[in-house]
Design a protein around this ligand. Structure first.
Ligand SMILES: NC(=O)c1ccc[n+]([C@@H]2O[C@H](COP(=O)([O-])OP(=O)(O)OC[C@H]3O[C@@H](n4cnc5c(N)ncnc54)[C@H](O)[C@@H]3O)[C@@H](O)[C@H]2O)c1
Length: 459
């Protein structure tokens, strides 16, 4: 007999790891994770998990079958559990009103209706998804629409984990935020959730707020993080024009206590399923309220990010004598960041597509993301010009250039002399993550182009 029965609807990058950690930290709770996609559930129940996160496999081994269960039977899950997390996807809408801007809430709303149809007792419904402000109100309206005797309390509990360090972030969160209605029953529901987190999170890190502040805080948090990246990337462009070094500038600036050193690495740009989507969400919210100046301000972050990716290609063209036709370019890394296989919105997708447009041959290498990379590039014309080779040394063979697109630790440690020897000359490195020893590569014979630093060339 378990003390609490918890369901999570949505077994993705958030639902899977989050519930695994709750199961691990709360042996007295039974956790069920349900998903509409039976293949995903089968993968969670197999030895080949559907996502890669350091530390995840060990936790799944410890908990699966004991107090953590994966199922495709969502209706039964709803009937049998008292606390229901909703972690379904909320992508950017690609049709109709708000296309390319607003959140597509269809999966989320279907879940709300499914909870209503199947619930036989009162439930606490927890928004884990990132949603536009006031979505909880819509959830409440759907849930109370039949006026039956069942009580639903809706909480907002946004997830702040970062992919690649999800398990550590979940085990040692900076904060847990729980937004609720300030009614007696809203506060009771909130306290129930606080108790669950208090099993491993210090009380002072569990903060509560009104439900709209909680929803907005998640959007703002991602907007601020992305803003740091676009800020330093915008500075990298100035550095390239003025012979300043963005690494030196970031160090000097970041030593100011008020600014701090984190998230000041210039790069080819940010990716991931969240930053762009959540900023667009914020921009859309501003436009709906006729706050165009505010919307323009936040939209600038996305524009700089796109500019940075396009600039990467233009720099390659410029460096490689204005043509990439039939040149073989090795992409070291396809995941949007290190330690994940996730490629959603990865700059590598854009770079690969642009290279194909320039009639280059593309060799994609990545330790965890090749399956996703294949899917991402499947619909492109000239797919025959793409090959997928995990071993970076083999991937670089006969290439004219290597472009580092993901900051995997393994790429820092490669023997670049060995790589140089198997490449066409003149050999180029484009370090889109500024992780290599540029001087050393230059001394080996490479022409080295990084982000926001003077190039090191032999011409
Ligand atoms: N990925 C992140 O790093 C991250 C971090 C914080 C918050 N979030 C937010 O969490 C939410 C989920 O993100 P994700 O990355 O886990 O998405 P995901 O696409 O990896 O997973 C979502 C899952 O929901 C399932 N699903 C969709 N509709 C369903 C339905 N009606 N019933 C049951 N299952 C359904 C899908 O099959 C999928 O497996 C989003 O709102 C996202 O913005 C994501």
């Amino acid at each position: 007999m378990f003390e609490k029965n918890i369901l999570c609807i949505g077994a993705g990058y958030v639902g899977g790891p989050t519930m695994a950690v709750i199961a691990d930290k709360c042996p007295h709770c039974k956790i069920t994770v349900a998903d509409i996609n039976p293949e995903r559930i089968a993968a969670w129940n197999s030895d080949r998990l559907p996502i890669y996160e350091p530390g995840l496999e060990e936790i799944i081994k410890r908990t699966r079958g004991k107090n953590l269960f994966f199922t495709a039977d969502i209706n039964r899950g709803i009937r049998e559990n008292d606390i229901i997390f909703v972690g379904v996807n909320t992508p950017t809408k690609d049709f109709g009103v708000g296309a390319g801007m607003a959140a597509d809430l269809q999966y989320w709303e279907k879940t709300a209706r499914q909870i209503l149809e199947n619930a036989e007792s009162s439930k606490i419904v927890v928004e884990k998804c990132t949603l536009p402000v006031k979505t909880a109100l819509a959830m409440e309206r759907i849930l109370i629409s039949t006026n039956n005797a069942i009580r639903f309390d809706v909480l907002s509990n946004p997830e702040f984990l970062a992919e690649g360090s999800a398990i550590n972030d979940l085990e040692n969160p900076d904060r847990i935020l729980i937004g609720s209605r300030e009614t007696p029953s809203g506060i009771k529901a909130r306290d129930t959730l606080v108790e669950i987190y208090a099993n491993w999170v210090p009380r002072e890190k569990i903060i509560t707020s009104n439900i709209w502040s909680s929803e907005l805080s998640k959007l703002v948090s991602n907007a601020f993080l992305a803003q740091r990246i676009s800020s330093i990337n915008a500075i990298s462009v100035i550095c390239e024009k003025t012979d300043a070094d963005v690494g030196e500038v970031a160090k000097a600036v970041g030593l100011d206590d008020r600014i701090g050193p984190k998230f000041l690495n210039a790069s080819v740009g940010f990716g991931g399923s969240c930053f762009k989507k959540d900023i667009l969400n914020l921009v859309y919210l501003c436009r709906q309220h006729n706050l165009d100046a505010v919307a323009d301000y936040w939209e600038g972050i996305i524009k700089i990010n796109q500019y940075q990716q396009e600039r990467f290609i233009l720099n390659m063209l410029d460096a490689m004598f204005h043509t990439l036709v039939d040149k073989r370019i090795c992409l070291l890394g396809f995941a949007f960041k290190a330690n994940t296989g996730d490629t959603r919105e990865s700059p590598a997708i854009f770079i690969a597509k642009r290279l194909l447009e320039e009639k280059a041959e593309v060799v994609v290498s990545d330790p965890k993301a090749l399956d996703n990379a294949r899917k991402d590039l499947a619909g492109e014309s000239r797919t025959e010009a793409v090959s997928y080779i995990e071993d970076p040394y083999r991937a670089a063979e006969e290439c004219h250039a290597v472009a580092v697109l993901t900051e995997w630790d393994l790429y820092r440690k490669l023997d670049y002399r060995k790589i140089y020897d198997v490449m066409h000359k003149p050999a180029f490195i484009f370090d889109g993550r500024n992780i290599l020893d540029h001087r050393k590569c230059y001394d080996m014979g490479f022409n080295v182009y990084s982000i926001g630093k003077p190039p090191l060339t032999h011409f």
